[in-house]
Design a protein around this ligand. Structure first.
Ligand code: DHB
Ligand code: FE
Length: 284
């Protein structure tokens, strides 16, 4: 059976990808941010999984207003990084895991979550920037990746509660996969930020730190927070944080298992227009 070993949470700011790709990580603006991920890159080397179930959001790259899947699972053998305006990032293609993705789709759909199955999909900074932060610049990503896109761009978007419950269903799916894979579940996006309108540039450090505290210690309660609170407190793009609840829902302690261990916590402001949050939680 597959086993969820850990969950990883991180922001996905596109300018971080550009800083990595253009060798700017030692510049004074970026240095403190990348320092916060030094532990993480070593931890990833020591704890490389067989597969990552990577929860992220597409930013009108693979999808548009023509088709808006609430939850889309990538079941292809590979996913190509897309051109987002700065040019396609010079990062490796993403190698998928069609068998695992198909099994998760079967299990989760039978468990009453209606997923869209996507067999061809380009991936944007929502997925590639977290990979770069955690793995650096390898010639190939060191494990397979099942991309899982959540609509947090066009309302109506799924609730935190729905995301948290979906994480629990993903755990059940992985635990019924009959290959002994080590799997990490990643929740990406966030933290507080707003990219447009009168409140553009909004950052709320207090909200962000409380979100991290509650994600660790009282996720079921945090999952009840309505959309309006995210948008009011964390800005319009702060709603990306509901994706972190999918990863948290997949952890062992949620369904009566042993307590989780907080391996790493990092918070930094600013990076581009965004507050950066990062957590590594291990299942004991
Ligand atoms: C920024 C942040 C995002 O989450 C995003 O998708 C695009 C841009 C930013 O801070 O610039
Ligand atoms: Fe984003």
């Amino acid at each position: 059976m597959a086993k969820i070993t850990a969950s990883v949470y991180t922001s996905h700011i596109p300018a971080i990808g550009v800083a990595i790709d253009q060798d700017k990580t030692d510049e004074p603006y970026w240095q403190p941010l990348f320092k916060g991920y030094e532990f993480s890159r070593q931890w990833m080397q020591d704890n490389t999984p067989d597969a990552i179930f990577l929860v992220y959001n597409d930013h009108a790259t693979a999808f548009s207003l023509e088709i808006i899947p609430t939850f889309a699972i990538g079941a292809a053998a590979e996913f190509v990084p897309a051109d987002e305006g700065w040019g396609a990032r010079p990062v490796p293609k993403v190698v998928g895991h069609p068998e695992l993705a198909s099994h998760i789709a079967q299990s989760v759909i039978q468990d009453d979550f209606d997923l869209t199955i996507v067999n061809k999909m380009e991936v944007d900074h929502g997925l590639t920037v977290p990979l770069s932060l955690m793995f650096g610049q390898p010639d190939a990503w060191p494990c397979t990746i099942v991309p899982f896109a959540v609509n947090v761009v066009q309302y109506p978007v799924p609730s935190g509660q729905r995301c948290f419950q979906l994480g629990q269903a993903i755990r059940r799916a992985l635990e019924s996969y009959d290959e002994p894979l080590k799997v990490q579940v990643w929740g990406t996006g966030g933290m507080s930020h707003q990219l447009q309108g009168r409140r553009a540039g909004l950052i709320n450090k207090e909200f962000d730190q409380a979100f991290l505290d509650r994600l660790i210690a009282e996720p079921a309660d945090l999952a009840k927070m309505p959309h309006i609170d995210y948008v009011r407190e964390a800005g319009s793009e702060g709603i990306e944080l509901v994706m972190w609840l999918v990863a948290r829902g997949a952890m062992s302690d949620i369904c009566g298992g042993p307590a989780i261990a907080v391996k790493h916590r990092f918070y930094h402001v600013p990076a581009s227009n965004t507050a950066v949050g990062h957590l590594i939680l291990e299942n004991n």
